[in-house]
Design a binder for this molecule. Structure first.
Ligand code: NAD
Length: 507
């Protein structure tokens, strides 16, 4: 018997009687695929069908791009005032709040994440729509009044145009809300493709946008797979920019696909995020944050704090504390409000997670806790045990690659230089953390570690105001904050002569 906290199936009444039917949203109309193709999604935790989505082909993707192009070239949205855009975005935020429970429920059913977490994510998403509304009214260009008495220079910010927004399955509603409100605030129009595994809440967002009065064709949603829908959205010459969140492998393919038409590409990709724990750290606080960082969203999180680099004097004590906390984290039925860790997205992904643990053990690492699928009473075994792997060496796959599961790797160090070298020893550079009571130790780490976000004595806080994105193979460009709007803006320089003071070029 495992000494873990497991929440068995307790909330069968919350399962839907029938799967949600989902259609594409193209040019303001909800449509099925021309060939009638659909794909079914089953709850990873409960095994029952929870959505049946139209499965898009080339025809649907091209129709959506055409609708978006028309809306951008001839429609009112790109030419509307910041005030009007903000008014609509605020209305969307209110409607998200109204529908929060229903959106969270569908998110749980398709992704397997716990309901309490999904509720918090939908609340956070509404805040992003409100924040983007504020940006819509306050963004402005520059003026140059010091170019000489006869010259005035202006720098205008214009919407970049038609943007393809492609999202993953791990935070479906939150991630589209990191992109779409900022694109709309900028005056862009969008074609959205959610993950084939989690299409439901993006469609619910489309319904909200329609209710809020977004003009036809300004946002289009095409459901389906990378091939062919994603391929059309990244190669079609009528698309001006691709904003993608997902794996680094697909991000590289998208960059290559977009290069033929030189679209702007913005990428939020994977991470292998280190947390360095110095000997003077508050180990209790660190252990709690480490447990949060590795088990949040079952570790299926780009910001997963999956690589612990602990000073060798405190590593054993720290692991002991993390093991004790791990036993207390409630794993199980994601529909139960007590649950903090839910199901794994698919059986294939679960096998991949387990493969990393097996590979590490074969390479000489040790499993301090967990290390296998977790059987949850009444729900089956598409869950993974909280797992802590010690004696990990930097060259092992588990230390270098994104496991994307509730699996913590523990490495050790002696000197600060060694710790910083280990932290930087990755192809990724999404986020990193440092734990020390010495501010100089923290600031040295902040300045020398190459990652887009650095947390000191905390992990995975996030704010709409603060930009988010990666160094190295974790991506390019930024979301959130003012930078999140800038990504969707093009810069136009205007040079205006005042009077006829310049001498003739031809005498
Ligand atoms: P994925 O790359 O497999 O898929 C992401 C999306 O891309 C899906 O909608 C998919 O259908 C689509 N797609 C697949 N092939 C495509 C192609 N050739 N052209 C266009 N679109 C294509 O990723 P996933 O498994 O859904 O999500 C997990 C990954 O996302 C992890 O690597 C994680 O780190 C990353 N992620 C990053 C962030 C971040 O902000 N940095 C946030 C969340 C997730």
């Amino acid at each position: 018997m495992l000494d873990l906290t497991i929440i068995p199936a307790t909330n069968a009444a919350a399962l839907p009687d029938a799967p949600m039917g989902l259609r594409h949203w193209i040019g303001g109309a909800w449509v099925d695929s021309a060939d009638g193709a659909t794909s079914e999604r089953r709850s990873p935790a409960h095994g029952v069908p929870v959505s049946v989505a139209a499965k898009g082909g080339r025809a649907e993707a091209e129709a959506a791009v055409a609708a978006a192009r028309k809306a951008f070239d001839t429609g009112a949205w790109p030419r509307s005032s910041g005030k009007d855009r903000a008014t609509l975005l605020l209305k969307v935020a209110d409607l998200i709040d109204r529908d929060r429970a229903a959106i969270a429920q569908q998110e749980v059913l398709e992704s397997g994440k716990p309901i309490s977490q999904a509720m918090a994510e939908i609340e956070g998403a509404a805040d992003l729509w409100r924040y983007a509304a504020a940006l819509a009214r306050t963004q402005a260009g520059d003026s140059h009044n010091s170019l000489g008495p006869d010259m005035l220079g202006l720098v205008l910010k214009e919407p970049i145009g038609v943007v393809s927004l492609i999202t993953p399955w791990n935070f479906p509603f939150l991630i589209i809300s990191q992109k779409l409100p900022f694109a709309l605030a900028a005056g862009c129009v969008a074609v959205v493709k959610p993950s084939e595994l989690t299409p439901g809440t993006t469609v619910m967002l489309g319904e909200i946008l329609q209710e809020a009065g977004l003009p036809e064709g300004v946002c289009n949603i095409v459901l389906g797979y990378g091939d062919p829908v994603g391929e059309v959205l990244t190669t079609d010459a009528r698309v001006d920019m691709v904003s993608f969140t997902g794996s680094t492998g697909v991000g590289k393919r998208i960059t290559a696909a977009a290069s033929a038409t030189l679209k702007k590409v913005s990428l939020e990709l994977g991470g292998k995020n280190p947390q360095v724990i110095f000997a003077d750290a508050d180990l209790d606080q660190a252990a709690d944050a480490i447990a949060f960082g590795i088990y949040f969203n079952a570790g299926e999180c780009c910001n997963s704090g999956s690589r612990i680099i602990a000073h060798e004097d405190v590593a054993a004590a720290l692991v002991e504390k993390i093991v004790a906390l791990s036993r207390k984290v409630p794993f199980g039925d994601p529909l139960d409000p007590r649950t903090q860790v839910g199901a794994i997205i698919s059986p294939e992904h679960l096998a991949k997670i387990d493969g990393y643990v097996r590979g590490a053990v074969a390479a000489g690492a040790h499993v301090a806790l967990g290390g296998g699928a977790l059987e949850v009473g009444g729900l089956g075994a598409q869950f993974y045990q909280p797992t802590i792997v010690t004696d990990v060496r930097p060259e092992m796959a588990i230390a270098r690659e994104e496991v994307f599961g509730p699996v913590l790797s523990v490495l050790t160090f002696r000197t600060a230089d060694e710790a910083i070298a280990l932290a930087n020893d990755a192809a990724y550079g999404l986020s990193a953390g440092v734990w020390s009571r010495d501010i100089s130790t923290c600031l040295d780490f902040v300045r020398r570690v190459r990652a887009g976000t650095i947390w000191t004595n905390t992990w995975m806080d996030g704010f709409s105001e603060l930009p988010f994105g990666g160094f190295k193979e974790s991506g390019q460009g930024r979301e959130l904050g003012r930078y999140g709007l800038e990504e969707f803006l093009e810069v136009k320089t205007v040079q205006m002569r005042i009077g006829q003071t310049r001498g003739a070029w031809v005498e």
